[in-house]
Design a binder for this molecule. Structure first.
Ligand SMILES: Cc1cc2nc3c(=O)[nH]c(=O)nc-3n(C[C@H](O)[C@H](O)[C@H](O)COP(=O)(O)OP(=O)(O)OC[C@H]3O[C@@H](n4cnc5c(N)ncnc54)[C@H](O)[C@@H]3O)c2cc1C
Length: 359
């Protein structure tokens, strides 16, 4: 096992900002992970588990402990009657797993095509897009306790999945390293193409295959600058920087009042809110940003907003983490002043002594 020192992290992330890890190790098995954790315990080091670095911002002074890059591979399947159980190592590239499942006509994750990052990160924020989310296929998540090295299998219920949330971001935050994920995919299903962009594309056409849905999604995502795939243009970003806020009914009145002042924006964005089963309402964060100066193509020095997607903050090349968090906070403040709604970051902050945004 090799422990590197002062390893630059920026290039291991898609945002490409931030400093170095004091110590860095790559693990390709659970036992290697346990060995490395023992060293961290001996040296009393804080530990951060890194996947593909596509949902993080690293502090400019780096991470003062041990960063463990998860490279635990593996792909096993077992077939049931109309279901297939797929177990994948946490260090597998998520989209490669999707590609393999789609090629076998196993349904359930095709709409999550081209989400960057690793399998092990999928349960952390319960990845989702285009009408599908990880929780719909989750069966079990195997994870090693960072403090004790003990492995544990979490049932789907124990993962406490919600919109961009899970146990691993709440009580379990920074306490576990996911090593394997088991999903249940269907062998008999038709694709879910109800999401707006997909519905529009396939309107009037015959029911598409999973492979066609995947292909179209990669095209749609690419048009929005939301892919990091060889041969396709991409930005230095972490995808959507903010979650879509979920607000109580009472708050909707003010939001609607402000929104109504710019009918031309409302006309372009239908729908921009979605009532939730618990009575609250999910709002489109991108819609709220349309009412500020922070729209597609906005730039401020080294940082800006993607010209193809309002929610993607980007590093124009020479940004520091501080440049990014300053812009991110200003955006939050603007939306808060205008609508009374606090945008919460979807992105995770690594090595920051204090949470850098409003909360
Ligand atoms: C262009 C672009 C588009 C995106 N589109 C989407 C989208 O459509 N939907 C969506 O949900 N997300 C999207 N994302 C965000 C990102 O792809 C996902 O959050 C992804 O799951 C992050 O995976 P990662 O391996 O890169 O995790 P990292 O960025 O390395 O880590 C993210 C968090 O997960 C933790 N983590 C990672 N691996 C493990 C592990 N094995 N065990 C424990 N904790 C772990 C880290 O500690 C960190 O807290 C997008 C990002 C980009 C750059």
């Amino acid at each position: 096992m090799m422990l590197e020192e002062n390893k630059p992290l920026a290039r291991l992330t898609t945002f490409k900002v931030g400093g170095a890890a004091r110590y860095f190790a790559t693990v390709s098995s659970e036992s290697e992970l346990q060995e490395v954790l023992e060293v961290a315990r001996e040296k009393k080091l804080p530990v951060f588990v890194l996947g593909g670095g596509s949902n993080i911002i690293v502090h400019d002074s780096g991470f003062p402990g041990l960063v463990i890059k998860n490279e635990i591979k593996g792909f096993e399947t077992s077939a049931g009657e109309d279901e297939v159980s797929v177990s994948a190592g946490a260090g597998e590239v998520w989209d490669s797993v999707v590609e393999r499942c789609v090629a076998n006509n196993w349904a359930g994750i095709e709409n999550l095509s081209a989400v960057p990052g690793t399998v092990g990160a999928a349960p952390i924020q319960n990845i989702g897009c285009y009408g599908q989310s990880f929780e719909e296929v989750a069966d079990t998540v195997r994870a090693v306790n960072l403090a004790t090295g003990a492995p544990r299998e979490f049932s789907k219920a124990e993962c406490q999945f919600e919109y961009r949330e899970s146990f691993f971001k709440k009580e379990g935050a920074e306490k576990y390293c996911v090593t394997q994920v088991r999903m249940k995919l269907r062998t008999d299903a038709v694709p879910n193409i109800t999401y707006r962009d997909l519905a529009a594309y396939f309107a009037g056409k015959k029911t598409p295959s999973l492979a066609e849905v995947r292909q179209v999604l990669i095209e749609i995502r690419s048009r929005k600058g939301m892919v990091i795939l060889p041969g396709l243009p991409s930005f230095n970003s972490a995808g959507s920087f903010y979650k879509n806020p979920i607000v109580p009914q009472g708050m909707m009145k003010k939001v609607e009042e402000v929104a109504a002042t710019r009918p031309e924006i409302m006309a372009k964005w239908t729908p921009w809110n979605w009532p939730q089963p618990d009575g609250r309402v999910k709002l489109s964060a991108a819609f709220l940003l349309e009412y500020t100066q922070f729209t597609k193509g906005y730039t401020r020095g080294t940082v800006g907003i993607s010209p193809k997607h309002t929610l993607a903050l980007i590093n124009l090349g020479k940004a520091t983490a501080r440049d990014v968090t300053t812009l991110a906070r200003d955006i939050q403040q603007n939306v808060l002043d205008l609508f009374g709604v606090l945008l919460e970051a979807e992105v995770r902050f690594v090595g920051f002594p204090e949470y850098p945004l409003l909360k």
